[in-house]
Design a protein around this ligand. Structure first.
Ligand SMILES: C[S@@+](CC[C@H](N)C(=O)[O-])C[C@H]1O[C@@H](n2cnc3c(N)ncnc32)[C@H](O)[C@@H]1O
Length: 280
């Protein structure tokens, strides 16, 4: 029998040798999955022994990880805002930056909570579902152009027993949307097409449709900025996640006669990552 700490040390060394990013974090996450506990538990109880069956499962998952697959695809799930979401190769694996997008959104609403929310490009549904828990009274619509992404989002909502609160709609951006909203939020595809080939093999396991934002990465963001005023109530808020070095171009999409001053907010890494802008 081995301790958690010994298994993490052994696994970390193998991942380092294979040039895999964040080796220790990955081992902790694998063990958290194997033990059905949190990563914090794994760290706190690192001197506990784990049984043969758990050890074998850890080694099998590690073997897959050594082949360069994203951990979330191997175990079929990812954590977002403290909840577990099912993921598969049809959806983007939820990212920590997007948790920041949600936390920054919360700061924007003090007493005046939104009563209607649209999550464009929902993917796994992580944004719409998290907002459904945070804004319990709001009517939420979530859209994606991909049927398989929407199916995954619906399954996630059902697993988390929040599906009755979200209307999932297959739509190319706003095409199938008829109402207006207090809050529109989106983490759209924003990688410039030419940068796609520079992405790590792990990221390339994710759907191109979720990543590729056209020549300069701004195709979808520009369309959202142009069309959102038709779907926002007066004073309504638009929140977008954007790519590195896109902020100065993106703020120019918001015409002064329609929008108030856009706010650019940095992520934890200091990158200008989010735009918040109110309709006049
Ligand atoms: C970057 S992923 C974001 C997924 C999820 N919201 C998240 O934050 O993890 C972008 C999503 O946009 C969807 N998408 C791409 N083009 C679209 C379009 N024209 N209309 C609607 N959704 C689109 C993709 O299928 C993908 O699920």
């Amino acid at each position: 029998m081995m301790t958690i700490a010994a298994l993490i040390k052994d696994g970390t060394e193998k991942l380092i040798a294979a040039g895999i990013d964040e080796p220790e974090v990955n081992c902790e996450l694998i063990l958290a999955f194997v033990l059905n506990k949190t990563r914090t538990y794994v760290r706190a109880f690192s001197q506990d022994f784990i049984n043969e069956k758990q050890q074998t499962l850890f080694k099998n998952i590690l073997e897959e990880k050594l082949k360069g697959k994203p951990l979330a695809h191997i175990i079929g799930q990812a954590e977002f805002m403290g909840r577990v979401f099912k993921v598969n190769p049809n959806v983007l694996i939820p990212r920590p930056e997007t948790e920041e997008l949600i936390n920054e959104s919360l700061k924007q609403f003090k007493n005046n909570l939104p009563s209607s929310i649209l999550d464009l490009c929902t993917g796994s549904g992580c944004i719409a579902i998290s907002l459904a828990f945070l804004f319990k009274e709001a009517k939420i619509t979530a859209t994606d152009i991909s049927t398989s992404a929407l199916e995954t989002a619906l399954t996630n909502a059902q697993n988390l027993q929040i599906d009755k609160k979200i209307n999932f709609v297959k739509s190319n951006l706003f095409e199938e949307i008829e109402s207006k909203f207090d809050f529109i939020i989106s983490n759209p595809p924003y990688i410039p097409t030419n940068d796609m080939q520079t992405l790590s093999p792990e990221v390339l396991c994710e759907p191109h449709l979720a990543l590729d934002g056209g020549l300069d990465g701004l195709d979808i963001i520009k369309k959202i900025a142009e069309e959102a005023p038709n779907y926002l109530n007066p004073k309504g808020l638009l929140a977008l996640e954007i790519g590195c070095e896109q902020a100065s171009k993106v703020v120019k999409f918001f015409r002064e006669d329609i929008w108030q001053n856009p706010q650019v907010i940095k992520d934890f890494a200091g990158i200008e990552r989010f735009i918040f802008v109110h309709k006049k």
